[in-house]
Design a protein around this ligand. Structure first.
Ligand SMILES: C[S@@+](CC[C@H](N)C(=O)[O-])C[C@H]1O[C@@H](n2cnc3c(N)ncnc32)[C@H](O)[C@@H]1O
Length: 159
């Protein structure tokens, strides 16, 4: 599969999962955390899906389009590994992390801290959506929406 096809399938999976879990998230109170704001496309989608919900976004620095940049109070800059610690116990309804790089050695380092962070920010029954697998005893895998191949994107519910 070409890298273009792979990219498109990954983003399609991301969007389809976020759409599919909207009803689950609607049943849980709490903010939404977007780890890896990037240029803000997914942030914009989350804003559309969850109007009225506080959405806090994280990235090394702000590089998003101005129209999809969060208000300053909801934008956290720096290494998510460190900045995320202040949000442990915030009882988020949804945490989404799109911070994989496709480089196994870099992603392996991210996976030394990301599962704990995702589990730690979520409320009971909160939803974790991730581009990297999250192996954590408090996160139960959920079935992916139809048509999304296993391993393309990852979906969990907080125990
Ligand atoms: C694939 S992009 C996210 C794209 C985003 N979903 C969008 O709609 O544009 C990943 C982002 O995560 C950020 N990122 C990755 N690891 C990070 C870390 N440890 N701390 C802060 N930001 C990180 C990168 O800077 C990049 O902007």
């Amino acid at each position: 599969m070409s890298r273009l096809d792979s990219f498109i399938r990954r983003l399609t999976a991301q969007r389809d999962i976020l759409n599919a879990i909207s009803d689950l998230v609607d049943q849980v109170q709490g903010p939404v955390l977007e780890f890896g704001l990037g240029n803000g496309r997914t942030y914009d989608h989350l804003r559309e899906r969850f109007p009225g919900r506080r959405i806090v976004a994280f990235d090394w620095e702000v590089r998003s389009y101005s129209a999809s940049t969060p208000p300053a109070d909801d934008m956290v800059t720096g290494n998510i590994r460190d900045t995320g610690q202040a949000f442990l116990g915030i009882n988020a309804a949804l945490a989404h992390a799109d911070i994989g790089t496709g480089h196994d050695e870099i992603d392996a380092v991210t996976l030394t801290w990301l599962p704990q962070l995702m589990a730690g920010v979520l409320v009971h029954d909160g939803i974790a959506v991730s581009g990297l697998p999250l192996d954590h005893p408090d996160l139960s895998p959920l079935a992916l929406p139809e048509g999304i191949k296993e391993g393309r994107y990852f979906l969990y519910r907080r125990k």
